[in-house]
Design a protein around this ligand. Structure first.
Ligand SMILES: Nc1ncnc2c1ncn2[C@@H]1O[C@H](COP(=O)(O)OP(=O)(O)OP(=O)(O)O)[C@@H](O)[C@H]1O
Length: 376
């Protein structure tokens, strides 16, 4: 027998029996319901509520989930509460000003209990080696003795399952809807790639992506962590800006290659984090230079040093250089990044040096500004 996905109309009809956030208007008629996505029998949607009162709306989330679960043919339901209004929501009242990015950041960011620092690893454009860098830096931070987690926020192109050879692994549900992170090489890991089909995630739009991210951040039993590394989606568009605003980041690391074009994008990345008042911990130059495996001669294929100069220009720290080397690629492809597979080699040492600078940067960023006392 071939079962068909339940139709959106059938789901809306079921949800009509559930009062929305105001306690009266049926959910489909309130402006709180996101788009509904159905993929292989599983129904996904989000309910937009006041972020400051999110816990209060848990019964609403459960009621919506139960109503949809009762529809014949529904294999699973994933409903999330989000604090974000859907795009094109109510315009501000006359005379009312839209909050600027900083104000919005302040109203929507709540810390993640048990997690001391959240650090974004970002890049202005794709393919510069951001995920490889994030994974190796997380491993290097763990080698320095910190308790480290890594969250793959790249919903459209998750890399963690491959980087840690966990493509067939699924997280266990711990209690209620709290997920247990996977573990590898002493890190706790979560990725959308562990939870849903890549095809399903590809069709998600802004609010769905945000709700999935908030869930991976807040409905995962991260436990006590010193640092949670977030592998951000590449680019500096609206989705990245919203993430930078809503994730309570202690700081951001920008990955760039040395070419001019990549550096222009890296500059945009620095600007984006500065706009939302997230300290930029520094820039990493990846694929910085090449050492010939046969003759050992070094060549600066892309014109090495551009990121250092860019960091200087922007007044942000330069964190270090990582070589373009086949072992970095091959070890990542085989699920055992270079910091663990060649822990004494030069690449692992380079990542460790960068990790130390990140820790220093976090300490400085978290410290109150020094009080200057003028002695007479
Ligand atoms: N230093 C390096 N030396 C050699 N290969 C590298 C290096 N860094 C990354 N790579 C390789 O480059 C490719 C892209 O890397 P990665 O997936 O980390 O980039 P990304 O910036 O996260 O890309 P996207 O954001 O588009 O997913 C991978 O095949 C990776 O193994």
């Amino acid at each position: 027998m071939v079962t068909q996905d339940p139709t959106t109309d059938r789901i809306l009809a079921a949800l009509a029996a559930v009062p929305g956030p105001d306690g009266r208007t049926p959910l489909p008629r309130s402006d709180a319901l996101s788009e509904i996505v159905v993929h292989k029998g599983t129904v996904y949607f989000a309910i937009h509520v006041d972020a400051a009162r999110a816990a209060q709306f848990e019964p609403l989330r459960l009621a919506a989930e139960n109503a949809v679960r009762a529809i014949p043919g529904v294999a699973g339901v994933l409903v999330s509460l989000t604090g974000e209004k859907p795009a094109g929501g109510e315009p501000p009242a006359p005379g009312e000003r839209q909050p600027g990015p900083r104000a919005r950041a302040a109203t929507t960011k709540a810390g993640v209990p048990g997690v001391r620092h959240i650090v974004a690893v970002a890049s202005g454009k794709g393919g510069v080696g951001k995920s490889t860098t994030a994974a190796n830096l997380a491993l290097a931070l763990a080698r320095l003795g910190h308790r480290v987690g890594i969250l793959d926020a790249d919903i459209y192109g998750p890399s963690l399952p491959k980087l840690f050879a966990l493509a067939d692994s699924k997280p266990e549900v711990e209690e209620g809807r709290i997920l247990k992170p996977l573990e590898a090489h002493g890190l706790r890991l979560m990725s959308i790639g562990f939870l849903v089909d890549q095809e399903a995630a590809m069709i998600w739009r802004g609010p769905m992506v945000m709700s999935a991210l908030q869930q991976m951040l807040r409905e995962v039993a991260w436990g006590d962590l010193d640092i949670l590394v977030v592998d951000m989606p590449p680019g500096t568009g609206d989705a990245q800006l919203t993430m930078a605003q809503t994730v309570p980041l202690s700081g951001a690391v920008i990955v760039s290659t040395p070419q001019d074009l990549a550096l222009i994008d890296a500059r945009r990345g620095v600007t984006m984090f500065e706009q939302v008042a997230v300290p930029v911990l520094g820039i990493v130059e990846n694929m910085s230079y090449f050492i010939c495996p046969h003759c050992g001669e070094r060549s600066d294929i892309f014109g090495h040093g551009g990121a250092r100069a860019e960091a200087q220009r922007r007044g942000v720290p330069f964190l270090g250089e990582i070589a373009l080397d086949m072992t970095i690629r091959a070890t990542s492809d085989s699920g055992s990044p270079v910091v663990v597979s060649a822990p004494d080699g030069p690449h692992a040492q380079a990542y460790l040096a960068i990790a130390r600078r990140i820790v220093d940067g976090l300490e400085t960023a978290g410290r109150p500004a020094p009080r200057i006392v003028i002695e007479r």
